[in-house]
Design a protein around this ligand. Structure first.
Ligand code: C2E
Ligand code: MG
Ligand code: MG
Length: 757
């Protein structure tokens, strides 16, 4: 429907143009009159159709009515010789009223569409209108004042009308120059009014006696104008004519410049070429020129000011953190640079505190991002209140804040401030969601007077110290020393190398058998990752898994491990190395579990290796039940539905509660090595394991004891009726090629004196 109206509008516009051209080519006056009649009639019809089809608001009506009356009036004047003086006065006055009506309607539309943003285009439009006014005065108005025998009232009326038409022109230009988007209706409207204005000027030119314009040329612009007015009203975009418009991306700067310059230059040339005719002419020219010059100056001043203001806003936005309104990284670096530069003169030791909110990701994930934002705003407030007045607080990224103390005099003083910062988090933050406790890890770096580091270096030092504070268990302070940089560099090298490890095939899996303590049979294996680098150095999972988790590389690495481990299990089963029912345990980190693709990765790996889901155990630590429990729960349920089982690894070292254990879909507990190591000699360790076993039994869970290293530990576990175990005593983790021999050597456990009764 909209499309049909749009096509109809353009069609009518085109018909108007064709009729106008035909009119210009035909000398017969009756053809012109017929065309005009058709144009006026179709306008009336289109106005009615457009109103019912688009139901535009009253302001749009006013514009259309203005355009229509304006055009009709213009035509009436142009067409009739009107011998009667009173009639001419009436018609001139009517024309003036119509102009005023049109000007007010245009003003309303322009203001509605642009709001205060219109101010920018008003200046340019004023210059154009004044230029046009000067031309009108010199070319039309001034000469027409001298028409012999014309009553003064009519001359005056015509003068005012022409002056008003410059206002219409002014508004029209400002509508076009404005920053609001130009819709087809705006263009059509612009065409209709400009053609009508053109008709008026041709008429005035003819009247002034400067040139004789034939009737067909006087009529044609009005015919086209009436058709364009109809098209304006028929086009669906007429509905948004008076709506606040979206700002155009590309400002038509060049077009504006050309038009305003022309409006300035052409009148000046005209003034230079044609001498004033009398004193009144001279005065009017002088005043007009003065106003034109004043508006150009005002426009230039306004443009320069707007530009400066925009610049200032841009600079401020570029240097301010939008959430907390604190200085951002780039501004903080500037402040640090200034402080370091001044330090040698004042004998100060500027200190930079790098503050990282502990476990901020948990807050974001568990309470939602808006709560996360609230925490950041509250932290910013706390920090600002906690530090000395001369200190500057900034937020440099995510949950990282920086406090610069430009006037600190020593490490000791800086550490005192750091303590105050740490202290300010003791009280919970009152959020809309309730009270939240946060802590922070703080790294402090001071700029020694002897050698002033660059601001980036100083920030990096504080960052390295902050990492040390994190490693030391979070919620504490660390003061920078050079050894920390080494560690940070090492970490960075490790991170970069880890990215390539997978494609360079530097990662391998080794397998540790898990045996049945009653029968001594191999029940399954746990896959453990190893990383041997190009240069022959090896890193333990304890070193690289946390980095892989932080950087997210654990997701592809974990997917690879899953396929690799299941492929080996399939091969061993096929080769008769282990029983058909043997299981594979694969360690999974929380990050993997929260990956939306994880469940499909698991099911894909199972189907590719033709391993039954019941043969796969996924080992996770208790932490998954604490951070983002809902998300974890959903993923675990889906894994369970597949048939895959879940084991809680290192059980006893986390903080999981009994209720969590009960509510999570888990099937196995792996008792942490730390409990097993004391089991043979330490009564309390033994009773702890006994309790865990009883609890696990009560919950209907399977249990595996980890890290069995001695025969006495093994005996104690058998005494406590622990069903399964793994550990160095049974077998170290071995490479897949050694599995056949390893499994054979494990047969000794079935002959173990204790079980072979
Ligand atoms: P985990 O899953 O609890 O694995 C058991 C760890 O204890 C392994 O260390 C294993 O070599 C070691 N171990 C086994 N028996 C004994 C024993 O009798 N005495 C002692 N002292 N240690 C024993 P590893 O291979 O260094 O792995 C450390 C941790 O790294 C694993 O703990 C697991 O949390 C993680 N990890 C290893 N491979 C992967 C993996 O592929 N993915 C993920 N996400 N984590 C992995
Ligand atoms: Mg494990
Ligand atoms: Mg473990």
């Amino acid at each position: 429907m909209r499309k049909s109206f749009s096509q109809l509008a353009w069609l009518i516009g085109a018909v108007g143009v064709v009729l106008g051209l035909v009119n210009m080519l035909t000398p017969s006056a009756s053809v012109g009159n017929t065309f005009y009649f058709i144009a006026a009639t179709q306008l009336a019809i289109c106005v009615v159709i457009g109103f019912f089809a688009h139901r535009p608001d009253p302001r749009t009506w006013m514009v259309i009515l203005g355009v229509a009356l304006f055009t009709v009036a213009g035509q009436t004047l142009a067409d009739t010789s009107l011998p009667d003086e009173t009639l001419r006065i009436v018609s001139e006055s009517f024309f003036l009223v119509v102009q005023i009506l049109l000007a007010s309607a245009l003003l309303l539309v322009t203001l509605r569409r642009n709001g205060t943003a219109i101010l920018n285009s008003l200046g340019d439009a004023l210059v154009v209108a004044l230029g046009a006014w000067l031309l009108i005065w010199i070319g039309l108005l001034q000469p027409s004042l001298n028409i012999a025998g014309e009553p003064a009232v009519i001359s005056a009326l015509r003068g005012i009308t022409l002056a008003t038409s410059t206002i219409v022109l002014f508004l029209l230009v400002s509508l076009l120059f404005s920053e609001a988007n130009r819709t087809p209706s705006i263009w059509l409207l612009f065409g209709a009014i400009s053609l009508s204005l053109l008709g008026d000027f041709l008429f005035a030119l003819d009247k002034s006696g400067h040139a004789s314009v034939s009737d067909r040329f006087l009529n044609a612009p009005y015919v086209i104008s009436l058709f364009l007015a109809s098209a304006t009203f028929l086009h669906p975009s007429v509905r948004s004519l008076t709506h606040r418009s979206t700002t155009r991306q590309r400002q038509p700067l060049l077009g504006r410049l050309v038009l305003t310059t022309t409006a300035l230059v052409v009148p000046l040339i005209t003034i230079a070429l044609f001498d004033p005719r009398n004193q009144v002419d001279r005065v009017i020219r002088a005043i007009s020129l003065f106003v034109l010059a004043a508006s150009v100056t005002a426009r230039v001043i306004q443009a320069v000011r707007t530009n400066a203001r925009t610049q200032a806003v841009l600079v401020k936005t570029a240097q301010t953190d939008a959430l907390t309104l604190l200085p951002n990284r780039s501004l903080m670096l500037k402040h640090i640079e200034e402080a370091v530069d001044n330090a040698w003169r004042t004998g100060r030791v500027p200190a930079v505190h790098f503050i990282d909110v502990d476990r901020f990701k948990n807050i974001n994930d568990s309470l939602g991002h808006s709560a996360g934002d609230d925490v950041l705003v509250a932290v910013a407030q706390r920090l600002t209140n906690a530090v000395p007045l001369s200190a500057i607080v900034g937020r440099i990224s995510g949950d990282e804040f920086v406090v610069l103390e430009p006037d600190s005099v020593s490490d000791i003083e800086a550490m005192k401030t750091a303590e105050r910062i740490l202290e300010c988090f003791r009280e919970p933050l009152a959020l809309r969601q309730g009270d939240v406790f946060v802590s922070a890890s703080i790294g402090v770096a001071c700029s020694p007077a002897t050698d002033s580091p660059s601001p980036e270096e100083l920030l990096r030092h504080a960052d390295a110290a902050m990492y040390r504070a994190k490693d030391a268990g979070r919620n504490c302070i660390a003061l920078f020393d050079a050894s920390m940089l080494e560690r940070a560099t090492q970490r960075l090298t490790l991170e970069t190398a880890l990215y390539r490890a997978l494609e360079r095939q530097e990662l391998t899996l080794v397998y540790q058998p898990i045996i049945d303590l009653q029968l001594g049979d191999v029940l399954g294996f746990e896959a453990l990752m190893r990383w041997e680098r190009e240069d022959g150095s090896t890193s333990s999972p304890a070193q690289f898994i946390p980095i892989a988790e932080e950087t997210g590389i654990i997701v592809p690495i974990g997917a690879w491990a899953l396929i690799e481990a299941l492929t080996h299990l399939r091969n061993w089963i096929d080769a008769g190395i282990c029983p058909e029912t043997a299981s594979m345990s694969v360690n999974v980190s929380p990050r993997q579990l929260h990956d939306p693709q994880f469940v499909s990765v698991v099911s894909e790996a199972l189907s590719r290796t033709r391993v039954q889901p019941q043969q796969l155990w996924l080992e996770m630590t208790e932490s998954i039940m604490i951070t983002e429990p809902e998300q974890a729960l959903a993923a675990l349920r889906r894994l369970n539905t597949l048939g895959v089982r879940i084991a809680i690894d290192d059980f006893g070292t986390g903080y999981s509660s009994l209720s969590l254990l009960q509510s999570f879909p888990i099937q196995r507990l792996k008792i942490d090595r730390s409990f097993i190591s004391g089991i043979a000699d330490d009564v309390s360790a033994r009773s702890l394991v006994k309790t865990i076993l009883a609890m696990s039994d009560a919950l209907g869970l399977d249990t595996v004891a980890e890290g069995v290293e001695t025969a006495r530990q093994l005996e104690a576990l058998i005494d406590l009726h622990c069903a399964k175990a793994q550990g160095y005593l049974i077998s170290h983790p071995v490479a897949p090629e050694q599995m056949r021999n390893t499994v054979i050597s494990l047969e000794k456990f079935s002959q173990w004196p204790k079980y072979s009764d």
